[in-house]
Every structure is written in structure tokens, then in C-alpha cells.
Design a protein around this ligand. Structure first.
Ligand SMILES: *[C@@H]1O[C@H](CO)[C@@H](O)[C@H](O)[C@H]1NC(C)=O
Ligand SMILES: *[C@@H]1O[C@H](CO)[C@@H](O)[C@H](O)[C@H]1NC(C)=O
Ligand SMILES: *[C@@H]1O[C@H](CO)[C@@H](O)[C@H](O)[C@H]1NC(C)=O
Ligand SMILES: *[C@@H]1O[C@H](CO)[C@@H](O)[C@H](O)[C@H]1NC(C)=O
Length: 312
């Protein structure tokens, strides 16, 4: 009698992967714990997608809803990097079209003004200047709105966001002439929505929406949402322990199940172990379990099962 004709115990490991539903929106998750920024980042990457990224005003509002009545500051995924970039205030990211004056930007400051002649200059943000906002119309087209009272860049941004869409975004010569014509008419250099900073999103996103607490210059290289300050952001020491916000869906759950099968066929034969897997999937689907993938965990030889050694 060959050994295959006897009933032999085999051990194998079944891997169950449970899928989570696909996600369209950001899905923020407040974790009311106490971790440093880096620890929070690791946690979010393990369980969700990453620390929260806030791309625009609607994300900011969704984040505010997630935080609700939570009162302590919470980390988001923004951390200071080493490379400043020129970016647009409305969040769309780094500037493609630019019209710098010769030898500009010269490092004078992180905000940008349009000269009456239509070229651009970098400058400190605290001076009062006339400014250009833009507004997206219901039909999807954009138009500029100009303001003559002189405000700082931050205050201009605040007013543009409150009354329109944001500070002006410029992507063509046509756009630039429209802004320059108004600057020229008022004989004043004019703020536009271009600014520079070195902050980076943990998930690698290049969006440039910022919602800092105005007039605060707290030191620190990590960004935290201050719920008591209308959800505005403050820079804080990355080693401080705090609650935090992750985004993304829960990662697929992995489960291993060890199983012993008594069989009179050779389960180390992969055609047989594959057939057994198919049978298992069928049983699961008959019970309407379809969000689970099953597979064998295979050893370095590609075997799913081992003969169980009898220890006499
Ligand atoms: C299960 O397998 C299918 C098809 O191979 C795949 O599309 C799906 O993403 C897998 N699900 C998980 C949770 O791995
Ligand atoms: C804001 O960003 C989210 C992704 O973070 C995107 O799904 C949404 O469409 C954006 N909303 C607007 C108004 O741009
Ligand atoms: C977060 O935890 C603190 C105690 O650690 C608790 O007082 C507070 O109510 C919690 N907040 C939320 C929103 O669960
Ligand atoms: C900017 O220019 C583009 C194309 O040149 C145009 O479609 C858009 O309406 C202009 N934006 C504004 C605010 O005028």
C-alpha cells in the first residue's frame, strides 16, 4: 500500500484578505491619542492612508466636522521641509506660469506683487497693497475682482476667501494683462495669490492650501489644527505628544488561519491545494461572503502544505 492511500495529516496556513470599500472623499479620522508627529504618521500609514492632507476649503470644513467638539490641538500631515516652492494660495500647487521681473525672485520675501508694468516681484508680506481676488462663477469660468484699500498679503487673502474664491491665480498672458491693467490704472503694485513656503504634505501631495492662524509665528516644524481658533493651523514642536487626524480608508485586513487537513491525497501537490482553495471560495460565496480573498501562504518551495511530522 503506497503512503498516498493512507490518511495523513497535513498542515497549511490560509491567508484571508478582507477588502475595505473604495473611497472617493478624504475621510478623516480623529485619533484621540497622544503621539509625536512622527509616531502619529506611522500609525496613520499603518492603519489608514496617511496623516490628513487638507487640499481646499471643502476639506477644511470636513476636517472641522470631524473634530467637532474635540478641544485639543491635533496633528495634520503638514511638516516643514527644506525646499521652498512658489505656489498658489487657492491650493492648486506650484506655479507653472510666471512673469518675474529680471533677476527676481531675489529672496526678498515669501509674497508676490505685480508691478504696474505687469512683471512680478517677491517681497515681504506685511506691507499694505491693493490686491486682486478671483471668483469662480456658477458656470465654471473665473473672473477677477480688484480691491483698492491697501491690506497686507494675509489680510488680502482673508478678504478674498471670505467674499470670493481666493487671491488671484494667474495662468496666462491674458490673465496677467488683466491684473496689470488694474495695477496700472491705480498706479499701485498689486498682491496676487503667489507665495512661497517649504511645508510638505506627509502623503506627498503637492497641494498648497494653507489655513494658518494669522499673526501667529509659533516656532515648530509640524502643523497642528487649533480647534479653539476656528480650526486654524499652528506650527508646533514635532516631539510634542498630541491627538491627530488620519485620512483614507482602513487598510485591508489580513488574517492567517492555520489548518490541519487529514487527507489521503498528497496536499503538497499544488494542483490539489489549488482545488481545495477553489472549493473554499465557493463555500464562502455561497454564504455571500465576497469581500474576502483567500490564498495559501506558501513556503520558499512554493508549497502550501507540509506533512505533519508525527512525534511519537
Ligand atoms: C481580491 O482579488 C481580486 C481579484 O484578484 C482583486 O481585484 C481584489 O482587489 C482583491 N481584494 C483584496 C482585499 O485583496
Ligand atoms: C477638495 O479636495 C478633495 C480631495 O482632497 C477633492 O475630492 C474635492 O473635489 C476638492 N474640492 C474642491 C471644491 O476643489
Ligand atoms: C479625548 O480624550 C480626552 C482624555 O484623554 C477626553 O477628555 C476627551 O473628551 C476626548 N475627546 C474626544 C473627542 O473623544
Ligand atoms: C485666465 O486665462 C484663461 C485662458 O487664457 C481664461 O480661460 C481664464 O478665464 C482667465 N481667468 C480670468 C480670471 O480671467
Amino acid at each position: 500500500m503506497s503512503w498516498l492511500q493512507r490518511v495523513i495529516p497535513f498542515v497549511g496556513m490560509l491567508l484571508l484578505l478582507q477588502r475595505t470599500p473604495a473611497l472617493t472623499s478624504q475621510q478623516f479620522h480623529l485619533i484621540n491619542g497622544s503621539l509625536t508627529w512622527s509616531e502619529a504618521q506611522s500609525f496613520c500609514r499603518l492603519k489608514y492612508t496617511d496623516l490628513a492632507t487638507v487640499n481646499n476649503v471643502s476639506d477644511r470644513n470636513e476636517l472641522a466636522n470631524t473634530l467637532g467638539s474635540h478641544v485639543t490641538n491635533s496633528w495634520i500631515g503638514l511638516r516643514k521641509g527644506n525646499t521652498p516652492r512658489w505656489m498658489w494660495s487657492d491650493g492648486r500647487g506650484t506655479a507653472q506660469y510666471t512673469r518675474w521681473y529680471p533677476y527676481e525672485p531675489s529672496g526678498d520675501g515669501p509674497c508676490v506683487e505685480v508691478f504696474v508694468g505687469g512683471t512680478w516681484n517677491d517681497v515681504v508680506c506685511g506691507h499694505g497693497k491693493v490686491f486682486a481676488c478671483y471668483e469662480t462663477q456658477p458656470d465654471g469660468t473665473d473672473s477677477y475682482v480688484f480691491y483698492s484699500p491697501r491690506l497686507t498679503w494675509e489680510d488680502s487673502q482673508e478678504q478674498c476667501r471670505a467674499k470670493h474664491t481666493d487671491l488671484a491665480y494667474i495662468s496666462s498672458d491674458l490673465n496677467n494683462s488683466a491684473v496689470a491693467n488694474q495695477a496700472n490704472a491705480w498706479k499701485n503694485n498689486m498682491w496676487i495669490g503667489l507665495f512661497s513656503d517649504a511645508w510638505m504634505w506627509s502623503d506627498g501631495g503637492e497641494t498648497s492650501f494653507r489655513y494658518w492662524l494669522r499673526g501667529s509665528s509659533s516656532p515648530g516644524d509640524c502643523a497642528s489644527v487649533a480647534v479653539t481658533q476656528q480650526g486654524r493651523w499652528v506650527a508646533a514642536d514635532c516631539n510634542k505628544k498630541s491627538a491627530f487626524v488620519c485620512h483614507g480608508g482602513l487598510k485591508a485586513k489580513k488574517m492567517f488561519m492555520r489548518m490541519t487537513v487529514r487527507s489521503d491525497v498528497d496536499l503538497t501537490d499544488s494542483t490539489i491545494s489549488d482545488a481545495l482553495l477553489e472549493k473554499l471560495e465557493m463555500v464562502l460565496s455561497q454564504q455571500s461572503i465576497t469581500d474576502i480573498n483567500v490564498s495559501w501562504r506558501r513556503d520558499s518551495n512554493g508549497d502550501a502544505f507540509r506533512r505533519q511530522l508525527k512525534i511519537a
